[in-house]
Design a protein around this ligand. Structure first.
Ligand code: HEM
Length: 507
């Protein structure tokens, strides 16, 4: 039984244009298509639907996308690994997808931006994938993570400066959607391009609004400039490493990979950062574990990667030959939805889906096999430093609404927190080169002491015009440190452990 056989047996052939008559919402048949298969895009609770599919079909279930295009949803952790790690049987080349070849997938298919084939590593396989991925991996490998932490800390100061005097902010649109862009512009080699406009353009492209095409054109133009400049005078940055790599990437390839990296990094990291911040703000158990030292910020990030992977699903993988997966017969050309969200709660690896995973990294949030995310450590460190440094800067930050009032937008591909309104004691802007500080008299929320933040160690915020010492803000540390008596933060490290921490944090 293949998804195709289901999709083609209904009264209304898959892929025909125009609305099809269907049962009204509320009717048990609502959300079902030809052959009684579930239409994923009509579900208002995908998490529940995936569990129903798992119960009905096991770890690999047939389902329908828009226009009743058939797909297999890979719900099992082991089956996902098998699919990701067997490039001889499954690939990411959308051109072999049966429904696309047969014309069932129309040009206006809503998931087209995810499946329109391009000559980039995300769709390539074999030697071509190795060539393109080799250049990306080398560029990532040149990143010094201590320097990166420093950049992230500076970016946190810059982004927080935009709202710290107001005493209130939306941490999604004013923080989580800005920080990754500020950091990625720096990494790629175009720090001067970070501004509201590029954040707006990236947001717009991802949300697929009416102006998405113009936004995409703006980003392509920015990356074209970077490519031309790097080719003429390569620097020691991501773009510089791409143009000089022996793989011999053309200018188009460089620009398109910069675009892939920028968008892949932006959306996912913004989503992860929003989720970790939300969890810290709403979940007393989560916060208690952080405060009690049972969990560090990196572990908190890992927990969210299990619970709410930034890409809920990815379309997709495609069968290169007839095969079998999770007890289902897969035909050559079938499409499979890689689904980290349900795979991460597969009862066979996680009998209690609410269990604390304690830093375990075997989740599928970054995929696996040849296409496994090359930027995962960058995403992790932006989220870790982004949470820790924000709490250092605004230690009394609190949610302004009840957690039940938080709302999300959900699509097959991802689930996004829409806003995270908070309030805090208004604070003056801070020099971006300065370590994060909060005023002595600010009401410090004692239970934020995940890592280095501690009451009594604060110092007066330097006036904007004061010469800035080239010191960096602290970053998450692996274990909570007992609170010593107040010391001047700029004093020299007093013992080996403190010297080690300073070295590790990068300041
Ligand atoms: C929390 C942050 C991130 C998450 C959750 C994430 C997740 C993913 C996932 C699930 C894939 C697909 C893997 C597959 O097909 O098996 C992927 C691919 C990719 N990611 Fe990330 N990513 C993140 C951050 C980043 C960053 C910071 C970069 C920048 C370097 C990046 C660059 C890429 C690229 C270039 C690919 C395509 C790789 C290929 O097809 O060979 N990602 N990512």
């Amino acid at each position: 039984m293949t998804p195709e056989s289901h999709s083609l047996t209904g009264d209304s052939p898959a892929g025909t244009d125009g609305p099809r008559p269907g049962p009204p919402p509320g009717c048990p048949a609502h959300g079902l298509g030809p052959g009684g298969l579930s239409r994923l895009h009509e579900s208002d609770d995908l998490k529940k639907l995936y569990e129903r599919l798992r119960a009905e079909h096991g770890p690999v279930a047939p389902a329908l996308l828009h226009d009743d295009v058939p797909v297999w949803v890979v719900l099992g952790h082991a089956e996902s690994q098998q699919m990701l790690r067997t490039p001889g049987q499954y690939c990411r080349d959308t051109r072999i997808w049966g429904p696309l070849r047969e014309g069932l997938v129309k040009p206006d298919f809503p998931l087209m931006p995810h499946i329109a084939w391009q000559p980039i590593c995300a769709f390539a396989e074999g030697d071509e994938h190795k060539r393109l991925r080799g250049a990306l991996d080398s560029a990532v490998a040149t990143i010094d993570f201590r320097t990166l932490r420093r950049h992230i800390n500076r970016s946190v100061q810059r982004v927080v400066n935009a709202f710290c005097e107001d005493g209130e902010a939306d941490l999604v649109s004013q923080y989580a959607e800005h920080l990754p862009m500020a950091v990625m512009c720096q990494i790629l080699g175009m720090p001067e391009e970070y501004n509201d406009r590029i954040v707006e353009a990236a947001r717009d492209m991802i949300k697929g609004t009416e102006t998405a095409i113009a936004s995409n054109a703006y980003i392509v133009e920015v990356l074209d400039r970077l490519t031309v400049r790097s080719r003429a005078e390569p620097q020691n940055d991501f773009a510089g490493h791409l143009v000089t790599h022996p793989a011999g990437l053309t200018d188009d390839e460089v620009r398109e990979h910069l675009r892939l990296v920028l968008i892949a990094a932006y959306e996912t990291t913004a989503n992860l950062l929003s989720n970790v911040l939300r969890q810290v703000l709403i979940d007393p158990r989560f916060r208690a574990q952080l405060n009690g030292g049972q969990m560090t910020v990196p572990e908190a990030v890992e927990q969210l990667l299990w619970d709410e992977p930034p890409f809920s699903t990815i379309l997709g993988y495609f069968a290169k030959q007839d095969t079998e997966l999770g007890g289902q017969r897969i035909r050559k050309g079938d499409g499979l939805l890689f689904a980290p969200a349900p795979a991460n709660v597969d009862p066979r690896v996680r009998p209690d889906p609410t269990a604390d995973m304690q830093g375990n990294r075997s989740h599928l949030a970054f995929g696996g096999g040849p296409h496994e995310c090359p930027g995962q450590d960058i995403g992790r460190v932006i989220a870790e430093v982004g949470v820790d440094a924000l709490l250092m800067r605004l230690p009394d930050v609190e949610l302004s609404i009840h957690e039940d009032e938080l709302y999300y937008t959900e699509s097959i591909a991802s689930r996004h927190l829409v806003a995270l309104p908070v309030h805090f004691t208004p604070r003056p802007q801070q020099d971006v080169m300065q370590r994060p500080t909060h005023e002595n008299d600010a009401p410090v929320q004692q239970d934020w002491h995940i890592g280095a933040a501690r009451p009594g160690t604060v110092r007066e915020t330097a006036p904007a015009a004061a010469p800035a010492p080239v010191l960096e803000p602290p970053v998450p540390q692996p274990v909570p440190v007992p609170l010593p008596p107040p010391v001047a933060e700029q004093g020299p490290p007093r013992n080996t452990w403190q010297r080690f921490l300073r070295w590790w944090r990068g300041y």
